[in-house]
Design a protein around this ligand. Structure first.
Ligand code: COA
Length: 150
């Protein structure tokens, strides 16, 4: 069952705990303040259930390395607290981010998706393309995903 979720814009510092716990295996020395976090174009969206921040995502104007004529927004740092996984919160964050992205006109949203989470993105309409590659920050296999919104 999907719990009642509110999607809010949050300051970047509020992403740090979930980034560390969910995306960096809880590593105390993990870098959780990322390049671009404080750019003017960057928006951090949080999923809040019962007053608790249980999901995060970060959206920034960054050109897509797979060329497109559309303005592009990179989605990063997508994470749901494991205690709340599989309840539709990640999808709520995607839908909110897509809605904001398309409000200024046609736009591409792209991401480097962990292969383990690829289906999460494709179920939301994103398309995987190109080869599998490993990111330096995680050491994990990823694929490029994108969706063109109008
Ligand atoms: C991937 C992640 C963000 C998904 O968040 P979530 O809140 O559990 O996702 P939702 O419950 O909204 O799932 C939406 C849909 O995607 C599917 N889905 C979610 N995670 C999936 C996964 N890892 N593999 C396959 N399908 C997945 C769900 O089954 C659901 O399908 P449906 O539309 O048919 O019901 C979350 O599991 C997570 O934080 N994983 C660990 C960190 C991670 O890999 N982040 C992505 C980095 S690129």
């Amino acid at each position: 069952m999907t719990p009642h979720v509110e999607i809010h814009e949050i300051i970047s510092a509020r992403t740090h705990d979930l980034r560390r716990r969910v995306l960096r295996d809880g590593a105390a020395d993990a870098v959780v303040d990322w390049v671009g976090d404080h750019d003017d174009s960057t928006v951090h969206l949080g999923a809040v259930v019962g007053g608790q921040l249980v999901g995060i995502s970060t959206w920034s104007a960054v050109p897509d390395p797979h060329a497109t004529d559309l303005p592009s927004i990179q989605l990063r740092g997508m994470a749901t607290d494991p205690a709340f996984a599989g309840q539709g919160l990640g999808r709520s964050l995607l839908d909110a981010g897509f809605g904001r992205a398309r409000s200024a006109g046609p736009v591409r949203v792209w991401a480097n998706a962990r292969v383990t989470a690829l289906e999460f993105y494709t179920r939301a309409g994103m398309v995987a393309s190109g080869p599998v590659f490993v990111t330096e920050a995680t050491g994990l296999p990823h694929r490029h995903v994108h969706i063109d919104l109008s």
